[in-house]
Design a protein around this ligand. Structure first.
Ligand code: ADP
Ligand code: MG
Length: 334
């Protein structure tokens, strides 16, 4: 399949060091991982990096897409004995395991069989009984799988990985790190709402990023706050768009690995800031499992993390709670 990519040039603010020269930004967008990407980066006018973005994304999918049967992660899931682990897979797996430990198992990429059973994964939805949950819990758990040398060792061959809560963030990092290697000093990379930025935007100020109100209808998107960001990554997880309803019960797409059930508390969304987007993405999902209090404890005890949480108050209104360091970058509240 040929990927479509649209790109244009933005003439930005005047560069302060190179007198009267405007900054030239390129903007590229297109579809990826069932969502879309938007990349804005400062680069010479007569060159662009579009083809390189496409090849990086292709390489990424061949490693980490559960929708491609030939990807590294899919071949691990189907116990292909000939699968060769690549750097992308190793990086994501290692970080996922660290964050599982840090979050006491709230983040766990071995939830794949549960995610699939509830119909949010890569197979058909099932009827999930208590007995079935018990059975699926016996084949989940991040301590039951490890990398040993060139191989992935599973305690049970039915163990499977779902990297969707961390890989999207990592794909942002891959593009961002590539831009940095190219010497790009000002950029914003955004893939499906997860982003990483550096330097300044075309207006010559820090990147202005909005956090949406947690409402279901995408067409009625409303911005709740604007953050002024530079040299940082941001990811948001929410259960207000990805869910289904059955007999008046909402099934969210975040699974609590301890109970084997979709989470049900009043946390509507978690936005996380971290030095890299893989970390921000994974913690955002973990926080949806941990709930507000435990997440606030965690962000306030980790100097690398900031969090912005939206909960549903009993009167139906939204309540925002955020970590100590976030005040400084909060540009506007609505
Ligand atoms: P979004 O797609 O909204 O960015 P997330 O980054 O929060 O969402 O990822 C949600 C996906 O992560 C789910 O659809 C599921 O595939 C997977 N998942 C669900 N629960 C967990 C969990 N506890 N730990 C790791 N991954 C999870
Ligand atoms: Mg996530």
């Amino acid at each position: 399949m040929k990927r479509i990519l649209i790109s244009c040039i933005i003439v930005g603010a005047l560069c302060t060091s190179c007198k009267d020269q405007p900054l030239i930004f390129h903007f590229s967008e297109g579809p990826i991982h069932g969502t879309s990407f938007h990349i804005t980066y400062e680069y010479p006018q007569n060159k662009d990096l579009d083809q390189k973005f496409l090849s990086l994304m292709k390489k990424f999918e061949l490693s980490l897409s559960t929708y491609l049967p030939e990807s590294v992660v899919s071949r691990i899931n189907s116990n292909d004995p000939d699968v060769e682990l690549d750097t992308y897979f190793r990086t994501v797996f290692k970080r996922a395991q660290q964050i599982s430990t840090r979050t006491d198992g709230a983040f766990d990429i071995t939830v794949a069989p549960l995610v699939n059973a509830y119909g949010f994964g890569f197979t058909e939805r099932e009827i999930v009984t208590d007995a079935r949950i018990e059975e699926l819990l016996s084949i989940t758990g991040y301590q039951k799988i490890r990398i040993q040398g060139d191989n992935v060792i599973k305690d049970d061959p039915r163990l499977m990985l779902d990297v969707s809560a961390i890989a999207k963030g990592y794909s942002v990092d891959i593009v961002a790190m590539f831009l940095e290697d190219e010497g790009v000093e000002n950029y914003l990379v955004e893939i499906g709402g997860e982003m990483r930025c550096r330097g300044i935007n075309p207006k010559g100020i820090p990147w202005q990023v909005g956090v949406d109100k947690p409402i279901e209808n995408m067409l009625e998107r409303q911005i709740l706050i604007i953050l002024s960001l530079t040299d940082i990554s941001l990811a948001t997880s929410g259960n207000y768009r990805q869910f289904y309803e059955e007999n008046n019960v909402k099934f969210s797409h975040t699974i609590d690995p301890k109970t084997g059930r979709p989470v049900t508390h009043n946390l509507l969304s978690a936005t996380v800031l971290a030095p890299d987007c893989m970390t921000a993405d994974a913690y955002a999902t973990a926080f949806m499992v941990l709930g507000l209090e435990r997440s606030m404890e965690l962000v306030n005890s980790d100097p690398d993390l900031e969090g912005y949480f939206i909960t549903n108050a009993s009167d139906g209104t939204f309540k925002s709670t955020y970590s100590e360091g976030l005040e400084a970058i909060l540009e506007d509240k609505y």
